[in-house]
Design a protein around this ligand. Sequence first.
Ligand code: CP3
Length: 350
Amino acid sequence: MAPSQSGPMSNFRFLRACMRQSVDVTPVWFMRQAGRYMPEYRALREKHTLLELCKKPELACEVTLQPLRLGVDAAILFADILLPLEPMGAPFEFAKGEGPVVHSPIASRAQIDALRVIEPQEGLGYVLDAVRMIRRELAGRVPLIGFAGAPFTLASYLIEGGKSSAFAKAKRFMYAEPETFSVLMGKLAEVVRRFLHKQIDAGVDAVQLFDSWVGQLSAEDYRTYVAPHVSHILKDVEKRGVPVIHFGTGTYHLLEEQAAAGGTVIGLDWRTPIPVGREKVGADRAVQGNLDPITLLAPRELAEKHAARVLEAAGGKPGHIFNLGHGILPETPVGTVEAVIDFVHRTSAR
Ligand code: CP3
């Protein structure tokens, strides 16, 4: 088992900030920092499908390391939240221009009963191999973040069959057949719990749970249908002592509930001012965010101005990791990303 680089003795500013310890400068990384906005990523994608990049550890390793040249303070494993669906028995593909497409969207109890609660070694061993390889290649330069999708976000893809805006099918299922929905959520939560443990065993220094679409639910529905499954994962994984980042978007009204469900660090999107977010999640949590990814499409000076506002809102207090409020868009200029990372480091020096 690889020794963890986190814990009270860590020298990495990303891990220190997750633990609300003092830092020399504010750490920064970006969700989707490996991806289409980078020319070296697009070059690899010309030769390989997205799933090939995920499934071949050497390629996943190469892509994970690509954004390091921009000066980020953490690497995030190159994979996708949907990967566990295939070995569970729900194959999907990334269709050109459409995003993910699940071949047989879930509409019945029988389909849910047929889903397998797998051990991550069966069917996701390639991700764990990638973690070990990345860890070796990183050679201690920056910490490595592992991740998984949260049950509601995964269930929404399984039921909708792909991307959605109103989540009508998923929510109708949740309201109309709460017990069956809960069986589905329970199966997903158990697979994700096991998967995050195995990623930690393989050497990741922190993990992030992506509940990207949970902001679609009211606080009451979150409490009823989602929180028990998210805490099943987070309360258990937190025992490992590595930082656990709990992320969602459109979650202004859910932050208290999300913090109660678990996480060392709570993600804030750009709609939640950092001081308000801190108030909601409590002083015992760090926060991550929350630059609007669209600001990176503006001229560099403007992007820096918005980054300055984020730093100002965070007020130099311990427990802030600079990030976007959601993933980088493919049309983002690499130079702007690099400039903002440098700006955050330069202007946040304590
Ligand atoms: O952040 C990183 O650099 C690590 C890699 C990563 C990917 N997906 C690779 C990827 C991570 C952390 C994810 C998470 C993910 N995947 C989420 C949660 C984060 C979020 O953005 O809310 C979600 C909802 C997914 C599902 C998914 N994967 C969608 C909806 C899409 C298509 C949308 C799009 O941008 O085209 C993907 C494809 C995907 N996963 C890409 C990448 C880099 C697109 C790149 C490509 O086609 O080459």
